[in-house]
Ligand binder design. Sequence first.
Ligand code: SF4
Length: 363
Amino acid sequence: MVSLNRDALNDKVLEGARISSDEALQLYQLPLEELGALANVRRNLAKEKSYGGRGREIVTYIADRNINYTNVCNVYCKFCAFYRTERDEDHYVLSLEQIDQKLDELSAAGGVQILMQGGHHPKLPFTWYLDLLQHIRKKYPHINIHGFSPPEFQHFAETFRMPLREVIAEFKKAGLGSIPGGGGEILVDRVRKKISPLKINSDQWLEVMQVAHELGLKSSATMMFGHVETIEERIEHLQRIRDQQGRSGGFTAFICWTFQPQHTVLKVQQPTGVAEYLRTQALSRIFLDNIDNIQSSWVTQGPEIGQVALKYGANDFGSVMMEENVVSAAGTTFCLDALQIESLIRDAGYEPRRRNNSYELLN
Ligand code: SF4
């Protein structure tokens, strides 16, 4: 492929044209502020028709809560400090009463969604999940259940000896509203074998998204980077997400965050810095031209960098986290309430608006 000179490539980005993997690699080398400015243009192009033509001015967020229904997991990912085995004293499976209490608190705070994920528990039966979903759906009809990542679904299909499509369809019937893109990490099998050798491969992750989208469930797409992957592999990950969106069209948003190395088996020489985070997010916005929403990741980067990320392609500030267990187990403990989020968004020059999982404005 003939590579474009810098001006020609910048023009291509400014016009909103699709860029190739080779061009993405070229863009990645640009000075940070230049790359950020290009991503900001693409953010505005992606959002200019949203919200009655006010999408450029608005930054959204959602009021939701994480519920990690169990920490028992037999996948032992090297980057994870959250999992426990059944032999560990502090392993747990939440009871319905405990889950209800969390949902009561969420409802009282005006929340609209739970992000419900667990470890891969080897013994919980199919009916446990269906009962849980039906219970929440009936008692809390105003709360969207955004739950169970692709690795969990492949684990369910294997454990329950059921076709994947049937598991997802039954979960949807029982009340599941959408699927988070957890477990994506880097969708390159060389990387996955190194950081999570027992986890599903890239094709299996994408298969869940294909089936879910076909069944009418929307999902997010994610990337956890800054461990053993190369820049080329990050771009390959983005390519796989873009191709999948081209096939099934159900990704509502993309979120990337950096590996948090405290308390994990996986070690890195140098944790990923702010500049690399912003650079990678900006590139994601430019490359993922068929995904409208990019979330900034203040949970791992901190509120101020989350705010700066709004100038590097992000149009969404993620969620008010009433509870976060997985990343905080690995050392990160940033926490913000709705007022703080709104003030950060306003401070960055945008109008803060609450949204639901479909990115519709709620206030
Ligand atoms: S990241 Fe998820 S699948 Fe991997 S060990 Fe942790 S809980 Fe288990």
